[in-house]
Design a protein around this ligand. Structure first.
Ligand code: ADP
Length: 472
């Protein structure tokens, strides 16, 4: 059993606190512990981040960029170690964990460079004796609360633009996956990022969240997680009117028009559905196939999904790891049972294996009233339904409280653009099952969230606009 400490004000703390055990979901073994921090540690972290703020925000953009680049380079050196840690605490296959560390690191290199492009403006004045300027300044101390499904990328996607903008951060990683976060913080320390700029507190989400959201010195909350918790944190943030970035739930429709290339659509569904065992907020949740190609599509999809191997992500050649915990397994089984009892046909899988594993599953004969067509399944289950017209499928796809990602497959690109424009979603994969990338904006319409992460858009979330009117 390895014991890790929290990182506050450049010190590794929490030795004397009770601990939380971290489980490997592939084996159900506890392999590490982290301190069970609470209000006291949360407050210490804010104090540290606040003290570090004046100095860090005064660094030149080039100085901040240098340090972020150094952090990036150390992460690259530790790629395999970080990926193995991630697979152990989160369950995703090692090849996906390696992909995630690279993706996470992409945010560091992108935002190290964006730091140098935080431009201001001059605006023509009405009067001859005035000059009008706009400056961008960092927001201040930022609270970062992240989920377990992307233990590295959800942190760097927030922390990289925050640091690049000149903000300091207090981070609470998900209780299931704290070790990747602590290892990233260790590398930030080694890179020379000054004490207090990055703080990581592990422990009680409720206590830590309350302390951070009540504190006026914390100027912004950036959160990725469930819509339910997002709404709660939004309410708590109202007391001190914090700026908010929220990446919440999704329920992605995957639309395959009759003129799609079926092989490409099959590969797209596999990428968008079974990655991370279906546990991403942009995973395809509802698959709509035009009735004229439905049979052909199913006949090609089933054998390909059947080739996916389930097992411990550290083993060679594994495609699908375990789900994160028992509650996740029960939710997925509930969705399968609900669909089957309402007339769905199991084309593949449908059952639970020993431990936290669920077979990759394909369900057909689905209708829009089934649970899996409304709630996020967060598991390796592909419910497939048919449609007759473009108008009908757009209406059904938009009939959701969520608006994060949607997918459209067609070989007619003009038509694809038209359908894309009608979809009320923040991210569209048009003939693409994997749209996420550091240089593009990621975020949702409707109850899927507020703000964007990634791209040049992402850094704006950590900047205040200051307008200066100069009388000559
Ligand atoms: P998921 O369903 O992905 O676990 P959650 O929204 O429950 O999503 O969790 C996302 C993050 O929010 C985690 O770091 C979790 O600890 C944190 N969290 C959950 N409840 C609270 C709360 N009441 N206050 C602050 N953070 C919370």
């Amino acid at each position: 059993m390895e014991h890790y400490q929290m990182y506050i004000n450049g010190e590794w703390r929490g030795e004397d606190l009770p601990t939380i055990e971290v489980m490997n979901p592939a084996t159900n073994d506890f392999f590490a512990t982290v301190p069970n921090g609470g209000r006291v540690e949360a407050a210490q972290a804010v104090e540290a981040a606040n003290n570090a703020y004046n100095s860090w925000s005064a660094y030149s953009a080039y100085e901040r960029a240098d340090l972020i680049h150094k952090w990036h380079d150390l992460i690259k050196e530790q790629l395999i170690d970080l990926a193995k840690t991630m697979t152990m605490e989160q369950g995703k296959p090692l090849k996906e964990a390696i992909g995630e560390v690279n993706y996470a690191n992409g945010f560091l290199s992108w935002y190290a460079e964006e730091a140098k492009r935080i431009y201001g403006e001059t605006i023509p004045a009405t009067q001859r004796n005035k000059r009008l300027f706009v400056q961008k300044q960092p927001v201040g101390v930022v609270a970062v609360i992240t989920p377990w499904n992307f233990p590295a990328a959800m942190i760097t996607r927030k922390v990289a633009p925050a640091l690049a903008a000149g903000c300091t951060v207090v981070i609470k990683p998900a209780e299931q996956t704290p070790i990747t976060a602590l290892k990233l913080a260790k590398l930030a320390e080694e890179a020379g990022i000054p004490k207090g700029v990055i703080n990581v507190v592990t422990g009680s989400a409720k206590e830590i969240g309350e302390v951070w959201l009540q504190d006026d010195r914390v100027r912004k909350l950036t959160f990725t997680g469930s819509t339910e918790v997002g709404k709660l944190l939004m309410q708590q943030s109202a007391q001190t009117v914090k700026k908010l970035s929220l990446e919440l739930g999704g329920h992605a429709p995957f639309i395959i028009l009759e003129d799609a290339n079926i092989d490409k659509a099959v590969d797209g569904v596999i990428a968008a559905k079974y990655r991370n065992a279906g546990q991403t907020c942009i995973c395809a949740n509802r698959i709509y196939v035009h009735e004229s190609i439905y049979q052909a599509f199913i006949e090609k999809l089933v054998p390909k999904v059947n080739e996916l191997t389930i097992g411990n992500g550290l083993d060679e050649g594994i495609d699908i790891g375990p789900l994160i915990d028992q509650a996740a397994v029960e939710k997925v089984i509930l969705h399968i049972e609900d669909a089957v009892s309402n007339g769905a046909k199991v084309e593949l899988g449908g059952t639970r294996k020993a431990g936290l594993f669920i077979e990759p599953t394909i369900l057909s004969n689905i209708n829009d009233h089934m649970l899996c067509m409304k709630d996020e399944t967060f598991g390796p289950v592909a419910p497939i339904t048919t449609f007759k017209t473009e108008e009908e499928v757009i209406k059904r796809a938009n009939n959701s409280i969520f608006g994060l990602a949607a997918y459209v497959f067609t070989e007619n690109i003009s038509r694809g653009i038209k359908v894309t424009e009608a979809l009320e979603y923040g991210i569209i994969g048009l003939n693409d099952g994997l749209p996420s990338t550091p240089q593009a904006p990621f975020g949702g319409f409707k109850q899927s969230g507020i703000g964007r992460e990634g791209g040049h858009h992402g850094i704006e979330e950590y900047l205040e606009i200051k307008y200066i009117s100069l009388g000559l």
